[in-house]
Write a protein that binds this ligand. Structure first.
Ligand code: AMP
Ligand code: GLY
Length: 420
């Protein structure tokens, strides 16, 4: 099977790495890819937001299966264009991708199927939104309605903060003209990943990430500075509750509306008093959550993802090892604000690369035989072991051997589960 993966981050490196281990994978293309991905796949420089460019590449290169990594091509309808042309695709339609692209849409679905989530209201003008916040008080959560690259959410501790967030949204900071205001939910956050083929749902793992840039979960939000799997807070009982009350009803509601969801549903949860409530859906794997999931699933990831795309999840099962994985993101100094590109990274060539130790690349480029940092999040040092302590030790041992003075990482990834 010739496979094309769309994307260029650590998530796509982890997918490519796992697929490569499966004998069903023949040619493997990643568009646009990065320097690490180039070691396991053929990187191709096409615009992955262009339906025409992706379609033309797939047609000309005998691609059998397309796996879409990030949300932007999904929201742009690239999966629809490929499916219309007869290609097998992993990733939801543009209509189903609204579960991530529109917070208001997700809230309507939750209301329609009774899924537990924060109480909410949507406003198209600042005056009404401000009045609502004044009436509710703080803490309260203000969200730009659209994708906003994960940056349109303010968890406001005070009413003035919430009002400022509303003004920023209506001043056009995120290109959105409507705002969703939510009840603040207390608890511990965790993520649950479920493959859905439109009918059948198959859980493939839990994870917790670290969104803040600073140790002790301080400082601005990032795309994610590290993650581990499994997430102990998502007990088997809570996973069952989430499947019964949130995932299965949502999937049934999507199917009933004529827009069945096919792909991976990334269920962001708030866990409190032994139950999970929905914070958000994403319609793709998380980054860096994918790195820890792929490290644990290995070659079977391709079988599961392929079965999902073909509508064959019924009868599939995950072969779980009793293992743990942890990943530490190394980022360029300054991230998530302005950062320099072009610094040199050394020490990667003699590191172990196996099922227990992997450095996945995110923002890297190879220039004249030298590895260059070319993004904000640059590497994801990933360890797997029988215990989280072992996975943690392996991941940080990789970090210690990387020679990159212009990069940094958090030293406390996994603190919640490690109890330190
Ligand atoms: P979202 O993009 O919707 O996932 O929001 C980003 C982050 O904001 C989440 O990961 C939570 O940490 C926080 N957040 C969002 N909604 C709420 C809520 N209703 N209550 C508490 N925290 C929230
Ligand atoms: N790490 C969070 C995300 O991928 O959205």
């Amino acid at each position: 099977m010739n496979i094309l993966i769309l994307g260029s981050g650590g998530r796509e490196h982890a997918l490519a790495w796992a697929f490569r281990q499966n004998p069903k994978c023949d040619r493997l293309f990643v568009a646009p890819g990065n320097a690490g991905i180039a070691a396991v796949a053929e990187c191709v420089a096409i615009d992955i937001l262009s339906r025409a460019a992706v379609l033309e590449f797939a047609q000309e290169n005998a691609v059998d299966f397309v796996v879409i990594g990030p949300e932007a091509p999904l929201a742009a309808g690239v999966s629809d264009a490929l499916r219309d042309a007869g290609f097998l695709v992993f990733g939801p339609s543009q209509a189903a991708a609204q579960l991530e692209a529109s917070k208001g849409f997700t809230k309507e679905i939750c209301d329609a199927c009774g899924a537990p989530t924060a109480a909410w209201a949507r406003f198209d003008d600042a005056v009404a939104a401000r009045a609502h916040v004044e009436a509710q008080g703080a803490p309260i959560v203000v969200k730009a309605d659209g994708l906003a690259a994960g940056k349109g959410v303010t968890v406001a501790e005070t009413v003035p903060q919430a009002l400022a967030a509303i003004d920023a949204i209506f001043d056009g900071e995120f290109g959105e003209t409507s705002v969703v205001i939510e009840e603040f939910m207390q608890g511990e956050e965790a993520s649950f990943f479920v493959l859905c083929d439109g009918e059948t749902c198959l859980p493939i793992g839990t994870a917790q990430d670290h969104k803040r840039v600073g140790e002790g979960d301080t400082g601005p939000n990032t795309g994610g500075m590290g993650a581990y799997s499994p997430a102990p807070v998502l007990t088997d009982a809570i996973q069952r509750q989430v499947m019964d009350q949130i995932v299965t009803p949502t999937m049934a509601e999507m199917a009933a509306r004529g827009t069945p969801f096919q792909g991976v549903l990334f269920v962001g949860l708030m866990i409190d008093q032994g139950r999970g409530r929905l914070v958000e859906y994403n319609v793709r794997f998380g980054d860096p959550e994918c790195q820890v999931l792929m490290m644990r699933l290995g070659a079977q990831a391709l079988d599961l993802i392929h079965a999902c795309a073909e509508g064959r999840l019924d009868g599939m099962q995950v072969n779980w090892a009793d293992d743990h994985a942890l990943t530490v993101v190394m980022a360029a100094d300054g991230y998530p604000s302005a950062y320099e590109k072009g610094s040199i990274i050394k020490g990667l060539s003699d590191l172990p690369e196996d099922g227990f130790n992997m450095v996945f690349h995110a923002g890297t480029t190879q220039r004249d035989g030298v590895l260059i940092a070319s993004g904000g999040r640059v590497l994801a040092c990933t360890g797997r072991g029988d215990t989280l302590i072992q996975a943690h030790a392996r991941a940080y041992a990789l970090v210690d051997r990387i020679d990159w003075p212009e990069g940094f990482c958090r030293g406390d990834i996994g603190w919640r589960a490690l109890g330190s």
